[in-house]
Each structure stands twice: as C-alpha cells, then as structure tokens.
Write a protein that binds this ligand. Structure first.
Ligand SMILES: NC(=[NH2+])NCCC[C@H](N)C(=O)O
Ligand SMILES: [Mn+2]
Ligand SMILES: [Mn+2]
Length: 356
C-alpha cells in the first residue's frame, strides 16, 4: 500500500473527514457548455483508462458515485445568445447536490468532466461544505465572461462570473437559473496558466484586482514562485480546503491535444506535476475538477495521450511523487546467501582488440 501524504503542522488538515483515506468520484458528463459533442464521454474514458485502479494503488479507498444527471430539456432555446441555459442550470444543481453528498461522506471528491461549465455545480456543492475554500483555476482561459460580455454564448467560458458574489450585479436574467446563486468571493480564486483571455474578461480581472498568473508570470518567475504566490493569495494561513479546477487545455496541446479550445504555449507536464505534488503535500485538496477532455477530437494517439497525461496529473495530486514512493513499512529483502567474489580475469583477455 502506498500512502504518502505528509502531515506536519503547516500542512495539517482542518477537517476531520479529510484525514480519512476515502475519496469519491463523481462523473459530470456535460458538453452543452460549448458547441462540440464529446466532453460528455470524458468521465468514461478516464475510468476506462484505469484512474480508479491507479488511485487505489496509492492507498485510497475509492467510491465511484457514478454520473450526474444532465436532463435533456425540450425547447431549450438560446436566451439572448447564451446556449442551453436551462439544461446547464438544472445539471449544475444536480452536480452541486452530488458533490456535496460525496464530500460529506468521503472528505474528498474528484469530479470528472465534462466541459468547464461543470465547475458551476462543483464549486456550489463544495461551498455548501467549505464556504471558505481556496480555488486554484488552472486554465488557458479565465472563464469569467458574463452572459453580456461573452462573444461565443458558450457557458463553459462563464462559470466564474456566476460563482462570484462581486459579479452578481453584472449577471443578466437566464431562464432556469433562479437557484444558481453566487457562493464565493473573487478573492478566493487564483488562476494559473492563462494565455487566451478575452478583452472584457481582462477588464473584470483588473476591476476586481483578481489573482491572475498567466504564462507570462510562469515564464518570468517560474512555476515554483507562481504557485507560492497563488497559494499565498488564496490561502495565506495555510489552513483552507482547496478546490482545484483543472482544465486540461491549461497544458500545452503537445500533452493534451484532445480538447475543444487548445491554445499553444501552455504548461508542461513537469509544471503540472510540480503543482500537483505541492498541492498534494498540503493534505487539503478537497475537490478537483477535470475539465474539457474530449475523446472525440484528434486521432487515437491524441486521445490516448490526453487520457494518459490527465490520469498521470491526477495521480500526482493524490500522492504519486516523481522522487518515488516507498511502500509503508517497506522491508528490503535481506540476502541469505553470501556474495560470490568475481574470479579475476586472466591478463590480456579483458578486451577484444579492434583490427584496422
Ligand atoms: N473552458 C474553456 N475551455 N473555455 C474557453 C472559453 C473561450 C472564450 N473565452 C469564451 O468565452 O467562449
Ligand atoms: Mn480552457
Ligand atoms: Mn476552462
């Protein structure tokens, strides 16, 4: 059994159930937050790729809660230009319920998406249990468009605007959204990996003085300082439950090509492993979203690579370390026989002489 979570003072968990070895998986098969079909298959390809077995090998007691229901809604016409508003609202409420349930029972939840509109539900559900959570949003995109600033009308580019109290006055009416209410403050969020931010999204970032660490900062400061600064911003006391919202397009498309809105110049696998290992060491990762894996994009190699990379990164968030993991109480087998000394080789026979 591998179990490598460190428990010193700085990294002590605040929640009782977070000291358990239990972990729940919730599938969030949503794809109508953007225009391409396929992300609804994300949860299944990650399960089929062996995610649960791998987590089990690292000592976790994993319970699969199955997939959240995203109801088909008749006549879900765009409102203004926002697409599938009723479907996403009802699915998000179901997601919130399921994440809350999982978190209360298991202490930890991995939400397998699904496009990034999934985070409306996962963050709402998380906030019911830990309203003071710190959110690390790892993404090429800021996903903070409001229905009024969005050019695309795709809700996967808007989740943070629905979640933050400070943006409440900027959100226009959408049918079916009565119960989707803001639950966090902009100060609870830090982005890492940004490189494709719409002009009015940037205006929002600046107006609310939000914590954004783009690829520019990653290049300038390195991932170590960026992660330090991001954690310092959202979790200055080192005590808060952490929500990681991991959009696989944060990574360079070299590693995760099967995604709907790839942007080159992204985070490397090493940078993601670093983030994951440091977050794992806190012992306070409560919820992680895995967003935007689309197994219908690219060829088989692209899909296999995307799934493999994603499962790899998740494993590092849950205890796999690049330095290696010694099994708990490992015993190195002692030899019961003596080493036999090598017979010295006769002089002149040690090498073949090359002929010209
Ligand atoms: N979760 C994502 N991949 N989001 C991409 C969003 C792209 C663009 N900013 C939009 O609002 O449409
Ligand atoms: Mn993105
Ligand atoms: Mn995103």
């Amino acid at each position: 059994m591998y179990r490598e979570r460190e428990k010193n003072d700085r990294f002590m968990t605040t929640e009782d159930n977070m000291s358990l070895d239990t972990l729940g998986i919730v599938g969030v098969p949503v794809s109508k937050g953007q225009r391409r079909d396929g992300t609804e298959k994300g949860p299944q390809v990650l399960r089929d790729g062996g995610l649960i077995e791998k987590l089990t090998r690292f000592g976790w007691n994993v319970t699969d809660y199955g997939d959240v229901n995203y109801d088909y809604v008749d006549d879900d016409l765009p409102y203004d230009h926002v697409r599938n508003p009723r479907h996403i609202a009802s699915g998000s409420l179901n997601t919130a319920d399921q994440v809350e349930r999982c978190l209360r029972a298991e202490g930890r939840c991995i939400a397998l998406g699904g496009d990034h509109s999934m985070a409306i539900g996962t963050v709402m559900g998380h906030a019911r249990v830990h309203p003071d959570m710190a959110v690390l949003w790892i993404d090429a995109h800021a996903d903070i468009n409001t229905p009024l600033t969005s050019e695309s009308g795709n809700i996967h580019g808007m989740p943070l605007s629905f979640l933050a109290h400070e943006l409440d006055n900027y959100i226009s009416y959408l049918p079916g959204w009565e119960e989707v209410k803001p639950c966090i403050s902009v100060d609870q969020v830090a982005w890492i990996g940004l490189r494709d931010v719409d002009p009015l999204e940037r205006a929002i970032v600046e107006k609310f003085n939000m914590n954004s660490f783009s690829m520019q900062e990653v290049d300038q400061l390195g991932i170590r300082r960026v992660l330090d600064m991001a954690l310092e911003a959202v979790d200055p006391t080192g005590t808060k439950p952490i929500h990681v919202s991991f959009d696989v397009d944060s990574m360079d498309p070299l590693y995760t090509p099967s995604t709907g809105t790839p942007v080159s110049g992204g985070l490397s696998l090493r940078e993601l492993c670093y983030i994951a290992e440091i977050v794992a060491q806190t012992g306070r990762l409560a919820v992680i979203d895995i967003a935007e894996v689309n197994p219908t994009l690219g060829d088989k190699n692209d899909v296999d690579l995307t799934v493999k990379t994603t499962i790899d990164v998740i494993s590092h968030f849950y205890g796999q370390r690049r330095q290696g993991n010694a099994p708990e109480g490992a015993e190195i087998p002692l030899s019961i026989t003596k080493r036999v000394p090598l017979k010295p080789r006769p002089v002149g026979t040690s090498r073949k002489v090359l002929q010209n």
